[in-house]
Design a protein around this ligand. Structure first.
Ligand code: SF4
Length: 312
């Protein structure tokens, strides 16, 4: 463990100011990802700003939807009566995402900002463009069973691990932030994470002086909601593919470096395509890296089954 300094934030804008002023400072919320990364020598922040006690944990009705504070625990969101009644896809995704212990510690903001689970990212003896820009990518040509099938690049084929973000994509959530000057803004959840391109170390569109303060859910779409996830085992295992559906909207998880909104499948269904045809329309743009080729077929079958369920 490398030495670092620590402070407890007292308000969100000041925390954003501090993180932008101190080189290599990081926010610490639940710590379920960052502390692991520090222990493994992947992240070595010089200063931690503990935001976990900021008054940002409320879950409250807002404009016909729901406002979820960024410091709400994943467990609190999944158990919230309004979430369970009106946004069940979100509760299901959170429960599918981690064990009870982790859900109790992990916060909404941290869930969205967690980093990939690519095994080579966590292995400092292997090249990784995300960990060290320009180093190369050991997953390309290596063990890439869990790698992306959409949106990958020649620099990185990792996936994003957040199940929550997949559900938020079909709910068309907005992410609220505040910056060092106290200025708030919102961005669509689908604009939060970046695809790797030639700079996989740049992971989100959150600025260096911004802090996520809330997730805003608009009124729930008409129709049923569901979340289905496939993984190698039921716990302590990352996803291989997941499908979120809400009304006529579909998004995929564990297949790209962000939640993958299945807009081609949605368009095909709107035009009268069958579930299989809709899945095929989306998967036509998928590419495997060898070890993960099975994910194309897995995702097709999962999408088809979910769409069939939604149409019953
Ligand atoms: Fe690193 Fe991305 Fe390659 Fe994994 S896939 S080794 S995270 S560059």
């Amino acid at each position: 463990m490398r030495p670092f300094t620590y402070e407890r934030a007292t308000d969100a804008a000041s925390a954003a100011k501090t993180v932008s002023e101190i080189p290599n400072a990081r926010f610490l919320a639940g710590g379920t990802n960052l502390l692991d990364l520090m222990k493994l020598d992947i992240e070595h922040p010089a200063h931690l700003i503990d935001i976990s006690r900021l008054p940002l944990a409320d879950i409250e009705a807002a404009d016909g939807g729901l406002r979820i504070g960024a410091m709400a625990s994943n467990a609190a969101v999944a158990a919230d009566a309004q979430v369970r009644a009106r946004y069940p896809v979100l509760a299901q995704a959170i429960v599918a995402g981690a064990s009870g212990q982790l859900r109790n510690k992990a916060r909404v903001g941290g869930n969205l900002m967690q980093r990939t689970r690519c095994a080579y990212f966590y292995d400092t003896t292997k090249p990784c463009n995300k960990r060290q820009p320009g180093a190369g990518c050991a997953a390309i040509g290596g063990l890439n069973r869990a790698a992306a099938i959409f949106g990958q690049s020649s620099a990185c084929i990792a996936t994003h691990p957040s199940d929550m973000s997949v559900a938020l994509s079909v709910l068309e959530a907005q992410v609220e932030t505040v910056n060092a000057k106290g200025v708030k803004r919102t961005l669509a959840i689908d604009d939060l994470h970046r695809l790797p391109g030639d700079a996989p170390h740049l992971e989100s569109n959150i600025a260096a002086d911004e802090l996520i303060t809330a997730v805003i859910l608009p009124p729930a779409p008409q129709g049923r909601q569901t979340y289905r996830k496939a993984r190698d085992r039921a716990s302590y295992s990352g996803g291989l593919a997941s499908v979120a559906a809400a009304g006529t909207r579909i998004a995929l998880g564990a297949v790209a470096l962000k939640a993958w909104r299945a807009s081609k499948a949605e368009a095909a269904l709107a035009a009268g395509a069958s579930p299989v045809e809709a899945a095929d329309a989306e998967l036509a743009q998928a590419n495997g890296a060898g070890g993960n080729d099975f994910k194309i077929h897995l995702t097709r079958r999962m999408m088809t089954a979910v769409i069939q369920d939604m149409q019953r």
